[in-house]
Design a protein around this ligand. Structure first.
Ligand SMILES: [Zn+2]
Length: 507
């Protein structure tokens, strides 16, 4: 059951696997999804009819406790709403050609949406207001098929294949579909639930959930702090003194620019034009408003590209979080959000910065990954970390302009690399925070740390690669003496089997 109280020692995570579909299989899945969508809309009618009935009973007034109770449960409880499905099944036999699990989950999803709406109305739920349930248009959004019980209606025992059961046809024969999965994870047979989703017009996925026991924490935690910034994704420093600059996604700005120009092109096209659909025998015409052919075509390209960008960003964030927790027990990150102000490079640039920066969502990913791997993510207030000298705590009045990458402390004369000084301060703050929390018995140090090596972390679709700091990095270009020390030891801390060569160096 999806709403059982979670065991704190067990973490859940999901894996999405692409399905290799032909037109026939796609059509059959679409059919299933359409029926679920239809059920959603009918259930909404049912719920609203009951609400009207309740309203009338209150005002007439009719005092029938049993009926009131029944109606209330059918609107506001999961079980009550779910029990409306069999009644509908009897009335509309075609519902039987969908497996009972996805049908039941349509009702459960609606129950959840109604609860969210009620709680939001009563102020029991934080966040934006949740409106009343709406009719769903299948053409706009594909209704996902949820199989929430292990191996009930779905079967992955034959590796690489997913066998889905549907309902029964008019002769009572069980319908099913067997599709090949593209690169399923090795532990696929341990999956608990399965959900079929479609993205765009033709990409079908099965999302599996898994359960995993949390790992016990190490006695001496490995701690790292990331100072997020705009130029790169962030500058990180760990308690062992390894510093690494995390590079942003490389190709993304180009794709974003392409997207911008495509959107502009699309918006210049006719959004609404009158189409003649059919000329009748008597000469009258049926007409229909719809976007022009060019608009539709551009829109399709844009949607496809948007999905691609979204997936790439997600991949970047998840693999970064994964990589971080492979090496560290605690990862802290500054609460930096790109300011909604003028960056001095024009209106387009300002907007782009706001849109492209991934720091907001990355914090959520990091937290989620921490729970999943039994580790810890901390978001820290980073005000003032840049302007304070980490050696003598001198505060530079008025801050340091973003264009200044290196500076000398006016009080103690220490030469600082801007981002490195900021992450020294951040790391110290993080360690102080951990000590105050007292739930971690022993810390390796309380910062600042002696830097022993610097490198760049670069994202590649196959995994992260660490390269000695230099080359593309503007900071280090001005630091020949650091580059010298760094060559030969710059790599991802701890070593990584996935990225060749550069990984073996740190030890
Ligand atoms: Zn100083």
């Amino acid at each position: 059951m999806p709403f059982k109280k979670a065991d704190p020692n067990i973490v859940q995570f999901a894996r999405k696997v692409r399905l290799d579909m032909d037109a026939n299989a796609a059509g059959r899945l679409d059919g299933q999804s359409k029926i679920c969508n239809w059920l959603w809309n009918r259930l909404k009618d049912q719920v609203e009819a009951r609400l009207t009935e309740l309203f009338l009973m209150k005002w007439l007034p009719i005092d029938d406790e049993a009926t009131t109770k029944k109606l209330l449960s059918e609107v506001y409880s999961e079980i009550g709403l779910r029990n409306l499905v069999p009644v509908l099944k009897d009335r509309h036999p075609f519902l039987r050609c969908v497996h009972s699990s996805p049908l039941k989950n349509v009702a459960l999803r609606m129950a959840k949406a109604i609860t969210a709406h009620r709680k939001s109305k009563n102020g029991e739920r934080a966040g934006p207001d949740v409106g009343w349930i709406k009719y769903k248009a299948w053409a706009k959004q594909w209704m996902s098929l949820e199989y929430d019980e292990p191996n009930k209606g779905w079967d992955v025992s034959e590796f690489g294949w997913l066998k889905l059961s549907f309902g029964t046809d008019c002769d009572g024969k069980r319908l099913s579909l067997k599709v090949r999965m593209i690169k399923p994870p090795k532990h696929i047979t341990q999956a608990h639930t399965c959900r079929i989703v479609r993205e765009g017009k033709d990409r079908y996925y099965a999302a599996f959930t898994f359960k995993k026991q949390k790992k016990a924490e190490r006695p001496l935690p490995r701690v790292a702090y990331i100072d997020p910034n705009l130029k790169n994704f962030g500058y990180a420093l760990d308690t062992e003194g390894k510093a690494f600059e995390i590079q942003n996604l490389q190709k993304l700005p180009e794709v974003e620019r392409t997207l911008d120009s495509l959107r502009a092109k699309r918006d210049r096209c006719q959004r609404k034009s009158l189409w003649v659909d059919h000329v009748h025998a008597d000469g009258t015409r049926s007409t229909h408003w719809r976007p022009s052919r060019k608009w539709t075509k551009l829109d399709r390209v844009i949607t496809r590209l948007e999905i691609k960008v979204r997936e790439q960003r997600k991949h970047f964030q998840y693999s970064l979080a994964n990589q971080l927790f492979r090496h560290y027990d605690v990862v802290g990150i500054g609460d930096y959000v790109p300011e909604n102000t003028d960056h001095g490079k024009g209106r387009k640039y300002n907007r782009a910065v706001r849109n492209r920066s991934m720091h907001g969502s990355f914090k959520d990913v990091l937290k989620w990954m921490a729970t999943r791997s039994g580790k810890r993510a901390v978001v820290l207030d980073e005000t003032g970390t840049t302007r304070i000298c980490h050696v003598c705590n001198h505060v530079v009045e008025g801050g340091i302009h973003p264009s200044i990458r290196e500076w000398n402390c006016p009080q103690c004369g220490t030469h600082h690399v801007r981002d490195e000084n900021a992450s020294q301060n951040g790391l110290r703050r993080l360690l102080e925070f951990l000590r105050a929390g007292a739930d971690i018995p022993k810390l390796p140090c309380l910062g600042p740390v002696q830097i022993i090596g610097r490198c760049d972390w670069r994202f590649h679709p196959q995994g992260w690669q660490g390269t000695p700091n230099g080359g593309a990095n503007v900071n280090s270009m001005r630091l020949p003496e650091y580059r010298q020390r760094c060559v030969g030891r710059g790599s991802l801390p701890g070593g990584d089997s996935r990225a060749p060569e550069t990984m073996r160096r740190f030890a």
